[in-house]
Design a protein around this ligand. Structure first.
Ligand code: F6P
Length: 363
């Protein structure tokens, strides 16, 4: 059995509902069964580089299973291998991994559990190669990690998006409008596709199927001929037109480490406006999809991931990421987890089912 004396936890990248459930479910068994000291690292990897940490008490982790956000804070600017540092010449991106390694050693951590998405898992992979005892726990509303059947946070985001689509339906139908709703998901269309199916959308546009705006238009006109005087279009922020580019709100490298997407809803509204007489309105759901309480599913999945992470430390199975396969929580080597993104197969079952329901997917 490996030493569980000092366990570090950090939450990296964008937050999502369920992070606190994971923190609690790591800390509880670690403190109760193994008498471990649990160290909360603040603001993700930034905290590991800058030495921001504190010991968590049972009180810190009590009553948080239902809370959104993360009690530890997070950051998506703190990759220790590409750390933004202010110099007299401006912001320079430097390798600060030595600082992170020094803090890990100075705090005498036996293991560190990093809860995060694709970016976080890449960092975990690098530290594992260096020889630090890291465990990964997958989170993201985007559900784009391929080594787990689903990430926690996704279900909560779907709930928000589906409720929004329901609401847009009633107002869109009352005013005979085209309602465009832009959802998150980065390069994956999972939020758009699943909330669109659940909300009875008429058109769903996802990054994996570049859209043909004339065909979208024809679908709306055809609905009109059938007496349907309104339409709901769900568009993923990463959707792009056939032969065109995706809409980037802010390129990578400025304030943001990765490119920021957003604005495709407005683009579609302009494009449709060139063909249609109907009123078109755009709603961008944005960070509403990331905020608030986790769903029942995410609380449960997050809690099970946390317990699994402690078990992995106990077994000395470092360099592993907890994951869901079928109904079981298991683990995969981190390098497998970061190999590819979980994207929708345009010829796959879910797409086929959506089309069987009469939903237009832009092609
Ligand atoms: O990865 C989660 C996510 O919410 C994406 O869906 C979205 O593109 C991005 O993060 C937004 O990031 P930020 O919070 O930096 O605006």
């Amino acid at each position: 059995m490996k030493s569980l004396k000092r366990i570090g936890i950090l939450t990296g990248g964008g937050d999502c509902p369920g992070l606190n459930a994971v923190i609690r479910s790591i800390a509880k068994p670690a403190m109760t069964h193994f008498g471990s000291t649990v160290i909360g690292i603040q603001d993700g990897f930034e905290g590991l580089v800058e030495g921001k940490m504190r010991e968590l008490t049972p009180r810190d982790v009590g009553g948080i299973v239902n809370l959104g956000g993360t009690i530890l804070g997070t950051s998506n600017k703190g990759d220790p291998f590409h750390f933004p540092v202010e110099t007299p010449q401006g912001i320079e991106v430097l390798d600060y991994s030595e600082h992170a390694i020094r803090n890990y050693r100075d705090w005498q951590l036996d293991a560190l559990i990093a809860i995060g998405g694709d970016g976080t898992m890449h960092i975990v992979d690098k530290f594992t190669d260096i020889g630090l005892n890291f465990i990964g726990v997958p989170k993201t509303i985007d559900n784009d990690l391929s080594a787990t059947d689903v990430t926690f946070g996704f279900d909560s985001a779907l709930t928000v998006a589906t409720e929004a689509i329901d609401r847009l339906h009633t107002t869109g139908s009352a005013h005979h409008r085209v309602m465009v709703v832009e959802v998150m998901g980065r390069y994956a269309g999972w939020i758009a596709l699943e909330s669109g199916i659940a909300g009875g959308a008429d058109v769903i546009l996802i990054p994996e199927i570049p859209y043909d705006i004339e065909k979208v238009c024809s679908a709306i006109v055809a609905r009109g001929r059938r007496g349907k005087r309104f339409s709901v279009i769900v568009v993923a922020e990463g959707a792009l037109p056939k032969g065109g580019d995706r809409v980037v709100r802010e390129p990578a490298g400025g304030k943001s480490v990765v490119e920021r997407l957003g604005g495709v809803g407005d683009q579609i509204s302009r494009e449709l406006g060139g063909f249609l007489e109907m009123d078109i309105r755009v709603t961008v759901l944005g960070h509403l999809q990331r905020g608030g309480s986790p769903s029942t599913f995410d609380r449960c999945l997050g809690s099970r991931f946390g317990v699994k992470a402690v078990e992995l430390i106990e077994m000395g199975a470092f360099g592993q990421m907890a994951c869901l396969k079928g109904r079981h929580i298991t683990s995969v080597p981190i390098e497998d987890a970061v190999r590819s993104l979980n994207l929708i197969d345009p010829a796959g079952e879910m797409v086929r089912h959506a089309e069987a329901l009469g939903i237009m997917l832009g092609r």
